[in-house]
Design a protein around this ligand. Structure first.
Ligand SMILES: Cc1cc2nc3c(=O)[nH]c(=O)nc-3n(C[C@H](O)[C@H](O)[C@H](O)COP(=O)(O)OP(=O)(O)OC[C@H]3O[C@@H](n4cnc5c(N)ncnc54)[C@H](O)[C@@H]3O)c2cc1C
Length: 480
């Protein structure tokens, strides 16, 4: 009898799971294990919102395995020692796992693979987290891409997706003498319960992920027109499910191709844009793979000595949604309440932090890391550097979002604003974006007091924009 260990990490699903399928193909006894070892993520151990998600996703995985006769073993790391101990105890000859791409995990996975292989164990690593392996695509000169469009063109031609593999029907339980921790012993849930909003918003686990994916066909028609409007529920909201591997990008890609077949207005355009978005995720992993220092340092070295302002007061106002700029504060409240923020608003809040406040993008990236349920090292790093202007395919330094104009354009009636800032509800919609511009008579009629019901802007938008432009020009050695 052959025993195989399936080591679950950020692939908390049974369907389309290459590592699980591989183990089932080569062994008659399959041992699923999750090893908790946040220290193996180096500087980037999961934050509080990710831990909340992880707890619930592990519970869902454990239940799915049990329903099929299996049992999820839960242990604490170090991973290598735990795997060795399990191999010794069970006589397992094979270890299967899906690859991860963060620098710290890549290094520890390499060591684990080499060590176990040296000890005669058959280690089989598989791909599932991405559509294309980050090292498999290079420019004509053989170097990694730093610009998205040529990456997209090449990656697009590489993707051939067939129907994802289904959930295995039956699993044999591991011998009962093998010990496991109870999930609660991992202590992943917050002691002070700030997570009620998260629980109302999300259903972590494969089932919740599939519900979101099933909505894809309906959402596609409006996606191209409405995906930038934060008040509309028009995007897929699958990013945390993808991060924790409850669905694969391949399942998402396949669902897009299936939907393309139904010819409805706007659908093809929506499908094309969504493919581009999924490939941004691939691009982020490509950049992280080739430039593993980027979570902690800018890709563009001209930013190494950029004079970021140091101000705990400004940072804290941004974090606490007290900047007095409604679209920024609404986004930060959405983040705090739900562990998520709409993509357009992420861009606006990140631009406000790095350009108007001129605070280091790393301080914003850290806050997102702790508070987002979809916090993902590749995506978070690429996007923060993109907004700050110091990363791959970055926005030009002179493109500074005006948060008030963005708010008027993408939330014209202020519906998103009042969802998160109910104090603005009494103002006529056109003044919700910039309450300080409302004439005194309008404020009085509305019964709205600036400074009491909602703070005035923490800084002067026009003056800070000019100061930012000057600082960015200086850092590039430009006089004008
Ligand atoms: C400052 C900043 C920080 C971000 N941090 C993260 C992060 O930590 N984790 C994360 O998953 N995304 C991050 N994003 C990207 C993006 O905001 C989210 O992926 C998106 O909002 C998820 O919502 P959705 O699933 O409804 O997206 P949809 O519009 O439905 O898109 C489908 C999928 O495509 C991918 N995608 C879409 N836009 C992007 C993008 N700009 N970059 C990379 N992939 C994308 C995501 O996997 C997403 O789930 C960040 C963006 C910004 C501007």
């Amino acid at each position: 009898m052959t025993t195989a260990i399936v080591w679950f990490r950020r692939d908390l699903r049974l369907a389309d799971n290459a590592a699980l399928a591989q183990a089932l193909a080569v062994a008659d006894c399959v041992l699923p294990i999750y090893i908790h070892a946040p220290e193996e993520d180096g500087d980037w151990a999961p934050g509080a919102a990710s831990n909340w998600w992880l707890h619930h996703s592990l519970a869902a995985l454990s239940e799915s395995l049990a329903r099929r006769g299996g049992r999820l073993l839960i242990r604490r790391g170090p991973s290598l020692a735990t795997l060795r101990e399990l191999i010794r105890a069970t006589g397992a000859a094979v270890v299967c796992f899906n690859r991860l791409y963060d620098p710290a995990r890549r290094a520890s996975d390499r060591l684990i693979e080499q060590t176990l292989t040296g000890e005669g164990v058959d280690v089989q690593t598989t791909s599932g987290h991405l559509l294309v392996e980050p090292w498999s695509i290079t420019s004509q000169s053989g170097s990694p891409y730093r610009i998205y469009t040529p990456f997209f063109r090449q990656a697009r031609t590489r993707i051939t997706v067939s129907a994802p593999s289904p959930v295995p029907r039956k699993l044999a339980p591991p011998p009962t003498r093998i010990e496991t921790l109870a999930l609660d012993e991992l202590d992943l849930l917050p002691r002070i319960r700030w997570d009620t909003g998260l629980a109302k918003t999300w259903q972590p686990g494969e089932r919740g992920a599939n519900k979101r994916l099933r909505a894809l066909a309906e959402k596609l028609a409006a996606y191209s027109k409405e995906r930038d409007m934060p008040a509309r529920d028009s995007t897929l909201r699958i990013s945390p499910h993808l991060h924790f591997g409850e669905i694969t990008p391949r399942q998402a890609w396949y669902a897009i191709q299936q939907s393309r077949a139904a010819v409805r207005p706007g659908l093809i355009r929506g499908a094309e844009i969504l493919e581009r978005e999924l490939l941004w995720r691939e691009f982020a992993h490509h950049v992280l793979h080739h430039f593993p220092h980027t979570p902690n340092a800018p890709l563009d070295e001209r930013f190494n000595n950029f004079p970021w302002r140091r101000s705990k007061t400004l940072l804290s106002a941004w974090q606490r949604a007290e900047t007095g700029i409604p679209i920024v504060d609404a986004g930060m409240r959405e983040l705090w309440a739900t562990g998520f923020m709409h993509n357009r608003v992420r861009m606006i809040t990140a631009s406000f932090l790095t350009k108007h406040m001129r605070l280091d993008w790393r301080s914003g990236a850290r806050w997102f890391w702790d508070t987002l349920v979809d916090a993902d090292l590749a995506n978070n790093t690429l996007n923060w550097q993109w907004v700050a202007g110091c990363g791959a395919d970055a926005a030009p330094y002179f493109r500074i979002f005006n948060p008030v104009l963005q708010s008027r354009k993408f939330d014209p009636h202020g519906d998103y604003l009042v969802t998160w800032l109910p104090a603005l509800n009494c103002l006529p919609p056109k003044y919700r974006h910039a309450p300080w511009e409302a004439p005194p008579a309008v404020r009085e009629t509305a019964g709205f007091q600036l400074g009491k019901d909602y703070p005035p802007p923490i800084l002067d938008l026009a003056a800070e924009r000019n100061a930012a432009l000057a600082a960015f020009r200086r850092s590039r050695g430009l006089s004008k």
